[in-house]
Design a protein around this ligand. Structure first.
Ligand code: UDP
Length: 244
């Protein structure tokens, strides 16, 4: 596999890719006959990984580490190691679905509340007729091994793991290679979006880097989590000061 340029932001090694470069890299991974996993860290992940070394290793061990969210892009800039841009997980997922549709392949959806993955799957297959939805499983289970066996028995090519962080990343690193899939992607609340339960911000907000603010208006209970985010920017400034 080609060597890609990595940029370290507060302990996490990000791939410095545009959305289309990430899609190309993802397509190449999907063509390889072995397991790969993709992570999409946002500033909350960065803070959590500072305190959780297993999580940090799992993130840095991924085949693709994509900068999900404007907070990562700002941190990179403040730190003096700018990234080409952000690659929202949901957009990378859409690109991988197009790729799977072109080749024809099997998709498994793991995560979210009961019924959501099925609904997401119906919507995805409606738009991608060459994709076979080979299975779904909600994200509220206790027996990890039983879920692994269920996923493996469905023989997926592509697997979306949507359990929230760090659960989804740890699940992929621990069990992913036993699923037989070529790629697993950790995608947080993406199944809720594909199911039409949660809307993404209008494009004009996305372009302004305000997707987080839109989400806050829809899910005000996230305020506590988001209040920590300026801390990432301050830490990035600290890193820059240390370097200068
Ligand atoms: N979730 C799950 N199992 C759990 C905890 C969460 O399947 O034990 C799901 C939850 O229903 C939601 C997603 O994981 O669909 C996480 O969403 P969150 O908003 O935390 O992720 P983000 O989009 O911020 O990465």
């Amino acid at each position: 596999m080609e060597v890609r340029l990595k940029k370290e932001i507060l302990g996490i090694q990000f791939d410095d890719l545009t959305r289309s470069e990430a899609a190309q890299a993802g397509a190449a991974l999907l063509d390889e006959d072995k397991f790969h996993y993709v992570v999409t860290p946002n500033p909350e992940f960065i803070l959590a990984a500072e305190r959780d070394s297993e999580f940090r290793q799992v993130l840095n061990g991924a085949d693709l580490v994509l900068a999900d969210g404007i907070g990562v892009v700002y941190s990179a800039k403040i730190q003096g190691t700018p990234l080409k841009g952000r690659v929202p997980g949901i957009e990378f997922a859409a690109d991988m679905l197009n790729c799977l549709n072109q080749r024809g392949g099997r998709l498994y959806l793991l995560g979210a509340k009961p019924g959501v993955a099925e609904e997401a799957g119906r919507n995805i297959v409606e738009q991608h007729p060459n994709i076979t939805l080979c299975g779904t499983q909600d994200g509220y289970f206790s027996d990890e091994e039983a879920v692994l066996l269920k996923v493996a028995a469905a023989h997926p090519d592509l697997l979306f793991v949507c359990l929230g962080a760090p659960k989804q990343e740890k699940w992929m690193a621990r069990w992913g290679r036993h699923t037989g899939a070529r790629m697993a992607i950790g995608l947080g609340g993406a199944l809720d979006v594909f199911a039409g339960k949660v809307a993404r911000a209008p494009e004009s907000w996305q372009k302004l880097g305000l997707e987080w603010a839109y989400r806050l208006t829809k899910e005000p209970q996230r305020a506590g989590r988001m209040a920590k985010l300026p801390l990432v920017l301050v830490k990035a400034a600290g890193t820059r000061l240390k370097k200068s």
